[in-house]
Design a protein around this ligand. Structure first.
Ligand SMILES: *[C@@H]1O[C@H](CO)[C@@H](O)[C@H](O)[C@H]1NC(C)=O
Ligand SMILES: *[C@@H]1O[C@H](CO)[C@@H](O)[C@H](O)[C@H]1NC(C)=O
Ligand SMILES: *[C@@H]1O[C@H](CO)[C@@H](O)[C@H](O)[C@H]1NC(C)=O
Ligand SMILES: *[C@@H]1O[C@H](CO)[C@@H](O)[C@H](O)[C@H]1NC(C)=O
Length: 488
């Protein structure tokens, strides 16, 4: 039985020493392009792309950093490309409309591992697997202390590197990486009044290579997704990269249909993303990692960065190749752009003929109907993250801040995070609240099924970072504004 105490999520505190979040407030484009996995040809599905304007079918480090190239991100030294699939609403009559993306993308650079080494020039990587259609783990995640300490099961970690955060700015935010698949449409209609935030954590253990044929094998997740032990042979500690995009799903509240990622995924489990390093040099990025250690995460706190106005960044777009000119990615249109079949799972999706590639005809696909079990899917219910350790203004990842409006400071002792066992760490969403306790140095218990896990809460010295609510308000305004724009 749960007490009246608020339910909070606590996360490791002392292991993140610093981070920054790179705001890329506008897209350079939305198109069927993916120069990592589909170099030189039409990609199998649409992406929303941010960052360097030197983007296209043949993008490389050199095109991104070419002399006359631009960036849609706020730091002019960063021409990296950041992309993920787009989110669409598919009406029951088969008409698809792209959901409005609100506020661009935030790309976090967090330092969870020790001795974080800058991405090398030419570095690129992919996180997630577009073919997945089933989350096969326990629901919600078990306590981190019960996870394998040996990160050999990269499939397990990859599934937990995705998050779908149900946004309602009027209540305390959910923890990042809490849900690993879409909530149901009914749940979103009732609860996610400010939309859905798509979250993606990238692997941060590298084997020293800049890339690999699948964009993945040269990198690996540490044992706890964002920290922990790296697998053998993956000894380079990269920045922990985390993407956030927000989609105005609430604009479709009450409408019959479903949300689908551009690769025909109505489950969310195939969510993925790509990063292509485009910093002016590895050395510059290394100095930024070494010296931009403000706990606020604000890029303006780093003297090395030259910051450009978002209105300048908004002018940075890449030319859409002629062969994609008629894609009509935003819709309304018949089916997903272009001719992407919906695949419900739970088996892995299969690949399909890509419209527009040589020898493939462009035709609209019929919308396959959902399996009968589709509407019975379980959805995790709301669970507030601890607002005092969650940065809510410009994003939601739980970072190294703890506060204290009540004059109390809480943190979880993570002195042993690199060790093989630790009973004191968790990112599990369901935790009896420490904040409700009058005693800041306490022990609390996590209840999961029949298991009760003891967790020591210790007082730590932390810098309080008050995140302004202006960003959230602004975003909310945008969301409302776009609500009208979307209903045509
Ligand atoms: C899908 O996930 C469930 C657990 O959520 C698991 O029991 C089932 O075996 C999985 N199905 C497939 C086909 O992977
Ligand atoms: C890193 O992994 C990739 C893919 O397995 C491999 O091709 C490459 O040789 C590895 N690099 C090093 C330095 O071991
Ligand atoms: C830090 O990482 C670099 C690159 O991976 C490596 O060469 C160096 O030995 C590491 N230093 C320490 C102290 O681990
Ligand atoms: C789906 O593919 C992944 C690897 O890409 C594999 O590990 C997993 O077992 C597959 N699942 C099913 C149900 O075939």
């Amino acid at each position: 039985m749960r007490s009246q105490a608020a339910i909070v999520a606590l996360t490791l505190v002392s292991s993140v020493t610093a981070f920054w979040r790179m705001p890329c407030r506008s897209q350079t484009g939305k198109a069927r392009i993916d120069p990592i996995l589909d170099y030189g040809e039409i990609s199998a599905h649409v992406h929303t792309i941010h960052g360097g304007g030197g983007f296209g079918f043949d993008a490389t480090y050199d095109t991104l950093t070419a002399e006359d190239s631009c960036t849609s991100c706020e730091v002019t030294q960063d021409h990296s490309a950041y992309w993920t699939p787009t989110l669409h609403f598919l009406y029951t009559n088969g008409i698809a409309v792209m959901v409005d993306q609100v506020g661009g993308m935030l790309a976090y650079y967090l330092y969870y591992l020790t001795n974080v080494t800058a991405f090398q020039e030419g570095f690129q990587m992919v996180a997630g697997n577009p073919l997945l259609r089933n989350f096969s783990g326990p629901f919600p995640d078990t306590d981190l202390s019960s996870w394998p300490t040996d990160p050999t099961d990269q499939f397990f970690l990859q599934q937990r590197a995705l998050g779908f955060n149900c946004l309602n700015y009027a209540i305390d935010p959910e923890a990042s990486l809490y849900r690993h698949e879409f909530p149901t449409k009914d749940y979103m209609d009732a609860n996610c009044l400010d939309g859905l935030r798509l979250e993606l954590a990238f692997p941060s253990c590298g084997n020293g290579s800049a890339t690999s044929t699948d964009g993945k094998s040269h990198v690996a997740y540490p044992s706890l997704v964002k920290e922990g032990n790296c697998p053998e042979g993956f000894d380079t500690h990269l920045p922990f990269m985390f993407f956030e995009t927000i989609w105005n799903t609430y604009a479709f509240a009450g409408d019959d249909g479903q949300f689908v990622l551009s690769m025909g995924d109505p489950t969310g489990t195939g969510y993925h993303g790509d990063f292509m390093m485009g910093w002016e040099s590895k050395e510059f990025l290394q100095s930024a990692l070494d010296t931009c250690t403000s706990e606020t995460g604000e890029i303006s706190d780093c003297d090395l960065f030259t910051i450009q106005d978002d209105s300048v960044g908004a002018q940075c777009t890449f030319p859409v190749p002629d062969v994609l000119a008629d894609d009509n990615v935003e819709g309304p249109r018949s089916g997903l752009p272009v001719a992407v079949p919906i695949q419900y799972g739970p088996d892995n999706a299969t690949t399909y003929a890509v419209a527009g590639r040589s020898g493939v005809a462009t035709s609209s696909v019929s919308v396959s109907s959902a399996p009968s079990t589709w509407s019975d899917r379980a959805t995790l219910s709301y669970s507030a993250a601890n607002p005092s350790v969650t940065s809510t203004a410009l994003g939601g990842i739980v970072v190294n801040v703890a506060a204290s409006s009540a004059g109390q400071k809480y943190g979880v002792d993570s002195s042993s995070t690199q060790s093989t066992s630790s009973s004191s760490i968790t990112a599990a969403p369901l935790i009896e609240s420490a904040a409700a306790s009058p005693d800041p140095v306490t022990t609390s218990y996590i209840t999961q099924g029949n298991e009760v896990i003891e967790m020591a809460i210790v007082e730590v010295e932390v810098t309080v970072t008050a995140t302004p609510t202006a960003g959230a308000k602004h975003r909310r305004h945008l969301a409302k504004h776009q609500h009208h724009a979307v209903r045509r």
